[in-house]
Design a protein around this ligand. Structure first.
Ligand code: C2E
Ligand code: MG
Ligand code: MG
Length: 430
């Protein structure tokens, strides 16, 4: 290790001190300075699984990798249990700070070898610059932390602070208070996106997707309000009402293609800390007279892998009751093969980010093919979202994928229009 590393013991207050002196130097020499704060994803879970010593060994190895990619004058500090800060005391512009973030991300793509285990970790980075974003150390730290928060909320590997962030924050407050009223006033609706069976090309079900019809804001997409509802705890109530609305609607869907399944997204918090999840799902099914084989619950890969043991138990119980569980956004949540092999799911749902580019991007096509093969090897169904063209549907089918949904087949539709879609559907041969 070199003198680039200032501290390996978690220590946030000395960052403030170091930053103050580096900012002073940057100011005196008329230079720009970059601050990167980096958080290891699922650090707590890692430490629960592997224990203190291995976690510390991992973080030390991580610091060494940072050391390798940093320039001579850069400084590295551990600022929290799973958090590091990088000070880049002399950069030309924002692009340089982003480049440094890319270098760090690339350096961490190779798995770490700890006690003979090969361990992959993910990180997220927030970036703020002196003097563009702040002149004082604590404000600079705060702005880098806000950028990190943005990266985490938007599921990106890094984000640069933008001055718009304070507005977004106050907007988030507004949304939080409006959401409660929206639920009371019946402004939440469910749209249905049809899903087809690639073998015969016929509709086999639909995914229920929340929409907020706000009198003030118009139709608000879930990407605007779900991350906020997740943070405030409002997503639980939203999810329960989505489940009930979906089961109610599905009871009167056309039966032209036989019974259709309905897929409902389950929020991570429900999976984690609601021990009544299974019985509440069973109650909802009983109320709306839903046969268990008509309901699929979609749970994101990252939610399942946050506390695999707890999630696996719940998924197993749901399956015992005949409810299918699909692992949503599969491919984005870093499940290790070791964890994956005991996943008790019924289906993998490949994230649209891979599917949409399958025709142009060889790597994405490779990922989709690998997931399909993996599903088949483990006797799981596999579905793809993001099928935006006939060519994509054909490719998915040739790879052996079972089901698909996407804008080529249909956008998500309001309940009435979904029923009409089913009644008028003409299967296409491909
Ligand atoms: P998701 O569960 O992965 O849902 C799939 C998203 O992909 C939907 O976005 C859908 O409209 C979009 N999509 C499907 N096909 C295509 C395509 O061909 N091209 C493109 N560009 N997009 C496509 P949507 O409706 O905006 O929902 C976003 C996310 O919000 C969902 O992702 C889900 O995570 C969350 N969400 C929606 N409804 C609920 C809900 O009732 N409960 C919970 N917990 N989360 C929900
Ligand atoms: Mg989904
Ligand atoms: Mg998805």
């Amino acid at each position: 290790m070199t003198d680039k590393i200032l501290s390996l013991r978690p220590n946030r207050s000395s960052l403030n001190r170091y930053l103050a002196s580096y900012i002073r130097m940057a100011h005196d020499h008329d230079r720009q300075l970059g601050l990167l704060v980096m958080q290891v994803k699922r650090g707590q879970e890692f430490s629960a699984l592997f224990g203190h010593n291995r976690t510390e060994a991992l973080l030390e190895n991580l610091a060494e990798r940072l050391d390798e990619v940093c320039r001579r004058d850069d400084r590295i500090m551990r600022t929290g249990d799973f958090e590091f800060a990088l000070i880049l005391p002399d950069i030309m512009n924002e692009g340089h700070a982003v480049l440094a973030a890319h270098k760090v991300l690339r350096a961490l793509t190779t798995p770490f070898e700890i006690d003979g285990n090969s361990i992959s970790i993910g990180v997220q980075i927030g970036i703020a610059l002196f003097p563009d974003h702040a002149a004082k150390p604590d404000t600079l730290m705060q702005h880098a932390a806000l950028a990190l928060n943005t990266a985490a909320n938007t599921n990106q590997s890094y984000a640069v602070y933008t001055a718009a962030a304070p507005d977004e924050i106050s907007d988030a407050w507004d949304i939080e208070s409006e959401l409660d009223a929206a639920m009371q006033n019946g402004e939440m609706e469910i749209y249905y996106q049809p899903k087809i069976n690639l073998r015969g090309g016929l509709p086999c079900g639909a995914e229920a997707l929340l929409r907020w019809q706000s009198p003030r804001r118009g139709l608000v997409p879930p990407s605007m309000f779900i991350p906020i509802a997740l943070r405030t705890g409002q997503l639980k109530a939203l999810t329960w009402s989505a489940l009930n609305m979906a089961l109610q609607h599905a009871a009167s869907w056309p039966t032209r293609f036989g019974p259709l399944t309905v897929a409902v997204n389950i929020s991570p918090s429900l999976l984690e800390d609601d021990s009544t999840l299974v019985s509440r799902v069973a109650d909802a099914m009983a109320i709306w007279g839903t046969k268990p084989n008509r309901l699929t619950l979609e749970i994101t890969e990252s939610a399942v892998m946050r506390h695999p043991e707890v999630s696996f138990d719940t998924i197993r119980e749901l399956k015992t009751r005949g409810v299918a569980v699909s692992i949503d956004d599969f491919g984005t949540g870093y499940s290790s093969l070791a964890n994956f092999k005991s996943i008790p799911a019924s289906e993998l749902k490949i994230d649209k980010s891979f599917v949409m580019n399958i025709l142009e991007d060889k790597a994405d096509a490779g990922i989709v093919r690998t997931i399909v093969d993996l599903a088949q090897a483990f006797d799981l169904q596999v579905a793809a979202e993001g099928a935006e063209s006939l060519e994509i549907l054909k490719t998915l089918k040739s790879m052996g994928c079972h089901y698909a949904q996407g804008f080529y087949i249909s956008q998500p539709l309001p309940p009435q229009e979904f029923a009409q879609f089913i009644n008028e559907y003409t299967p296409e041969t491909f």
